[in-house]
Design a protein around this ligand. Structure first.
Ligand code: CAA
Length: 257
């Protein structure tokens, strides 16, 4: 499918969405979020797609919501407009999302990266929630996901000062999985994505759902959820194949069923 503000492609089980509004550092306007949701819908429906890599360009993953667009918008626009549904769509994507972040990853861009399941950062990446400088606050999950990722005090520092942190700092704070030289950023993200894509797809989706549930439920509810998903995995052909292949000392051939 052709998009105006992003490029979507697929190579085997790994799909890529590359944000592409270079003149405004990939600022996330309504159209870009719409297209991102449409691309995710297409990849969700395509059984060949096992993992999606989300990236930007060298200068920016995304420098946040499009501030130009905010200029004429009201509280009612924010409450009743499509933004909430768009972010919810991204959150609900059932397959693993690997963010490959280079350059600015700010505001809604940082919130988008945090919606991904794994974050690989180039040494050049800069993270932050600078909304406070605009007289607003993070509105796409930043005040909730950042403290869960880095702890209350570090999240407060970023959100209340609007300061940026380096990739290395983000790594030390536990916001990103690894930091690599910019020239190998995509190689590293694709290596991870391909590894995950080689696993049993249904089990991968169930595991993603279970881990995400751990962040928003008490332990007993999460354990109950995990137990049910664990049992559900036993209904898949891939479980038979995985166990049989281990016992036969061969590589499993998972079918996603
Ligand atoms: N929205 C719209 N345009 C943006 C933008 C944004 N978030 N970020 C950068 N741009 C535009 C700039 O206006 C500029 O356009 P022109 O060339 O037409 O002037 C172009 O991108 C390049 O940016 P700069 O010249 O500013 O580049 P720089 O290297 O000097 O600075 C920067 C880079 C530090 C990222 C700076 O652009 C900046 O601070 N951007 C805003 C970051 C921000 O506040 N993000 C949060 C937005 S609110 C939000 O995200 C809320 C939410 O999701 C819910």
């Amino acid at each position: 499918m052709d998009y105006e503000n992003l490029v979507a492609s697929r190579d085997g089980g790994v799909a890529t969405i590359r944000l592409h509004r270079p003149k405004v550092l990939n600022a996330l306007n309504g159209k870009t979020l719409d297209e991102l949701c449409a691309a995710l819908d297409a990849f969700e429906a395509d059984p060949e797609v096992r993992v999606v890599v989300l990236t930007g360009d060298e200068r920016a993953f995304a420098a946040g919501a499009d501030i130009q667009e905010f200029a004429g918008q009201t509280a009612v626009d924010m409450l009743e407009g499509p933004r909430g549904r768009q972010w919810e769509r991204i959150r609900a994507f059932s397959k693993p999302l690997v963010a490959a972040v280079s350059g600015y990853c700010l505001g809604g861009g940082c919130e988008l990266a945090m919606l991904c399941d794994i974050i690989v950062a180039a040494e050049t990446a800069r993270f932050g929630q600078p909304e406070i400088n605009l007289g607003i606050l993070p509105g796409a999950g930043g005040t909730q996901r950042l403290p869960r990722a880095v702890g209350k005090h570090r999240a407060m520092e970023l959100i209340l000062t609007g300061r940026h942190i380096t990739a290395q700092q983000a790594y030390e704070w536990g916001l990103v999985n690894r930091v690599v030289p910019p020239e190998v950023l995509l190689d590293e993200a694709y290596a991870l994505a391909r590894e995950i894509a080689s696993k049993a797809p249904v089990a991968v989706r169930l595991a993603k759902a279970a881990v995400l549930r751990s962040l928003d439920t008490p332990l007993d509810v999460g354990l109950d959820y995990e137990r049910r998903l664990f049992a559900l995995a036993f209904a898949t052909e891939d479980k038979e194949e995985g166990v049989r292949a281990f016992l036969d000392k061969r590589k499993p051939a998972f079918q996603g069923r």
